[in-house]
Design a protein around this ligand. Structure first.
Ligand code: CIR
Length: 270
């Protein structure tokens, strides 16, 4: 067990998960019971690393509601509620807002929102130090990025728009290790040159990593899909403790480890 790392917002999967949105993948059968077990395994891995888990109210009428990252993005002490690009997902935001309001006082954030007609999904937002890369995708448009820039510019964040065509969200193609190295599987990345540092990984499911914080052995820990064993070895060779979880049922819906939670760290960095 480690020192507390922060607060984790999650939402248990809807029994209708199989009917979620698909953009780049063909529909494959989804086992709803297996999805629930995989989700619990994901949540348990955070809890074992000192995270306090807080569930957002179930939203079973929204098949994609489990992908809570798309509904809010946290920048320091500011939470930006999003305006999801898919109509089927817009009703997910209100319950995320309610969950933020119910957080313990130490995690209470200022709240801003992206407004229609602008659209922005949290999966398109990648923070690396004080730079915020935002995917220009089928879900996130110029108007949404302009609103985010207006909110963040005065707070000292630099917003960089990155066109994304090969995957659903920016973070379906690239994420960042705790040291800020951007990682991605090149066939899924439109422009590897968009980032100051870029580490190519050999597997599609290896692109998504989440910082779990400092582990009991003092190493930095990350969580990633069990579907990328060679990439896990690559990360371990960089000195990281690598925790892998099976998330096949969410990957069938174009989800990954980042989108299944919103991380609120004690220092308010997410
Ligand atoms: C969707 O298309 O909205 C969902 N099926 C998947 C969302 C995954 N979210 C993410 O990568 N941030």
């Amino acid at each position: 067990m480690t020192a507390p790392n922060g607060h984790l917002l999650v939402r248990r999967p809807s029994p209708a998960l199989a009917h979620g949105e698909l953009t780049h993948l063909d529909r494959a059968p989804v086992d709803a019971e297996l999805a629930l077990r995989q989700w619990q395994g994901y949540v348990d891995a955070f809890a074992a690393h000192g995270w306090t888990v807080q569930e957002i109210a179930p939203a079973d009428q929204h098949p994609d509601g489990v992908f809570v990252e798309d509904t809010v993005v946290v920048f320091g002490d500011l939470a930006v509620l999003t305006s999801p690009g898919a109509a089927s997902r817009r009703g997910e935001v209100a319950s995320t807002e309610a969950a933020l309001a119910a957080l313990p006082a130490a995690y209470r954030l200022q709240v801003a929102r992206i407004e229609e007609p602008g659209h922005l999904d949290g999966g398109d937002v990648l923070k690396v130090d004080r730079t915020v890369y935002v995917g220009l995708t089928a879900r996130t448009d110029e108007a949404g990025i302009a609103q985010l820039t207006a909110l963040l510019g005065p707070r000292g964040w630099r917003v960089v728009a990155v066109p994304v065509t090969k995957v659903l969200h920016l973070k379906s193609g690239v994420t960042a290790l705790p040291d800020g190295t951007v990682v991605g599987h090149p066939p899924l990345v439109d422009d590897v040159g968009a980032y100051p540092t870029f580490l190519a990984v050999p597997e599609e499911h290896g692109t998504a990593v989440v910082d779990l914080g400092v582990a009991a052995d003092g190493r930095r820990a990350v969580i990633m899909s069990a579907g990328a064993p060679r990439t896990a070895e690559l990360y371990a060779a960089r000195g990281l403790q690598v925790v892998t979880v099976p998330i096949t049922e969410f990957e069938k819906l174009e989800g990954c480890v980042t989108c299944l939670s919103v991380r609120l760290r004690g220092d308010h960095a997410s």
